[in-house]
Design a protein around this ligand. Structure first.
Ligand code: NDP
Length: 453
């Protein structure tokens, strides 16, 4: 049977667009349907606008610090509308780039909601298209627990478009998004409170990183509330919100922002018309080649719930395109040693195992760790300190993990990820001559372990 397309992709986010371009370049006839915005979460309500906001917030520190270097800078205040307008302008430019990438690759772009009719048919705007294969790449969506007053909360989707910067804000959660936005809004002058339900945020990160970041945020004047859970939210006559915690405490605020994880976006996709199974967490079940339990349907990115990061979705897309249309270049995707970052102020960067994960796996360890005042702050009265930590296998000398809290940590960790992928040992680090004066030279000058099994 001849189909209208070889591959019909639902979702033009990072994964969908990359899969479309690669598959089309390999000769497949590809269609992409997108009902919202080109570029998905990353471009529109995620990585990119978030990073612009983090840069925006970081000037707060820069203005203060520059005075110790002789600059006479009077802070003139902050214009939220200006930041929003410039951010929106840049995002429209990125949307255009994504459109051009698809069109120039010969992909058919259908800008409306797509619904799966059967294993080889997709409907968009009332028209049915047949296809040999379907790829679901619809990404994730903020997930908010049920609670009285839920209608008053915002999520990251809305945080990028607030009409006006609130005076006070409560941010709920202890993961990437909560911490990044706590830094953003604190830096922009909002009285931001971070509320996390357990003892310490960033569960799963190295404990030293979690403690160091907590201490640095406290030094900057953040209001961090741990073991704090909201029971209900009530709107008051003056428009403010009364937030009642499960322990009975009450706090007033102007905005409550939930960053409590993301669910797979599978709404109204027609999954009931095909044999696509979900796992126990509600994500789409796929095998090593991203094939679902319906043989003609594939899935990649946040909806498969493996690692919810843009570069992972891109890698999954390229792996899938190769496996389907250029099998001679296919190799399975290696999920080991994926570096990641939290764009808090200061930044966090991490790759490999935390000390706790390495111990759980039974490694004997040598731990190297240093904290120091960043050179840029030498002439200032700032007390901020950078943390760097190496987790080393005592038996093989292999470096199992690198962790950093400090300026530009993600930039450094990205480079170290290459070394770890190449199997670098601590001796490789020791034999490397540093660049002076940098923070990064500390990675190659940590001589004595702070702990050894
Ligand atoms: P995360 O899964 O990272 O964190 C969710 C947080 O919310 C956790 O601290 C969790 O607590 C808490 N939580 C979950 N349910 C509840 C609840 N019912 N009540 C109170 N707290 C709750 O999700 P995010 O939303 O921060 O981010 C989603 C994903 O997006 C991340 O996993 C990440 O992969 C990706 N991302 C990556 C970024 C980057 O690379 N810089 C930036 C932003 C997002 P607990 O720990 O106790 O479970």
């Amino acid at each position: 049977m001849t189909y209208d397309f070889d591959l019909f992709i639902i979702g033009a986010g990072s994964g969908g667009v990359r899969a479309a371009r690669f598959s089309a370049d390999f000769g497949a006839r590809v269609a992409v349907a997108e009902s919202r915005y080109l570029g998905g979460t990353c471009v529109n309500v995620g990585c990119m606008p978030k990073k612009y906001f983090v840069y925006g917030a970081s000037f707060h520190d820069e203005f203060r610090q520059s005075r110790s270097y002789g600059w006479k800078v009077e802070e003139q205040g902050f214009d939220w509308q200006n930041l929003l307008a410039n951010k929106d302008h840049e995002i429209r430019r990125l949307n255009g780039i994504y459109r051009a990438l698809l069109i120039n690759s010969g992909v058919t772009l259908l800008e409306d909601h797509a619904r799966i009719i059967d294993a080889h048919t997709v409907e968009v705007t009332g028209k049915r298209y047949t296809t040999e294969r379907i790829l679901i790449a619809t990404g994730g969506w903020p997930s908010v627990p049920e609670l009285p007053g839920r209608e008053h909360i915002i999520t990251s989707n809305e945080a990028f478009y607030l009409d006006k910067l609130p005076e006070r804000m409560i941010i709920v959660g202890g993961g990437y998004i909560a911490i990044e936005f706590a830094s953003i809004f604190h830096g922009l002058g909002v009285k931001a409170t971070l509320m996390y339900r357990k003892e310490l945020f960033l569960r799963g990160f190295d404990d030293c990183v979690r403690v160091h970041l907590r201490d640095e945020l406290l030094k900057r004047g953040h209001d961090l509330q741990f073991n704090a859970e909201i029971a209900r939210i009530d709107k008051q006559s003056d428009g403010s919100l009364k937030v009642t915690l499960k322990d009975g405490r009450v706090q007033e605020t102007d905005c409550v922002f939930y960053a409590t994880g993301r669910r797979p976006m599978l709404d109204n996709l027609g999954l009931e018309n095909v044999g696509v199974e979900l796992d126990e967490r509600g994500f789409v079940k796929v095998d090593e080649t991203f094939q679902t339990t319906e043989p003609s349907v594939y899935a990649i990115g946040d909806i498969i719930g493996r690692v919810q990061l843009t570069p992972v979705a891109l890698a999954e897309a390229m792996t899938l395109a190769r496996s389907l249309y250029k099998p001679e270049s296919y190799k399975p995707l290696d999920y080991n040693l994926i570096a990641s970052a939290v764009y808090s102020l200061p930044n966090v960067g991490t790759v490999g195992l935390s000390e706790e994960q390495a111990r759980e796996k039974g490694y004997k360890l040598r731990i190297f760790q240093t904290t120091f005042k960043p050179t840029k702050l030498s002439l200032t009265n700032e007390t901020e300190r950078t943390l760097m930590k190496l987790v080393v296998d005592a038996e093989t000398d292999k470096v199992l993990g690198c962790h950093m809290v400090g300026p530009d940590a993600p930039e450094q960790i990205q480079c170290l990820a290459v070394a770890l992928k190449a199997g670098a040992t601590k001796s490789c680090f020791d034999d490397t001559i540093g660049i002076h004066p940098t923070a990064a030279e500390e990675w190659v000058t940590m001589r004595s372990p702070v702990r050894e099994d």
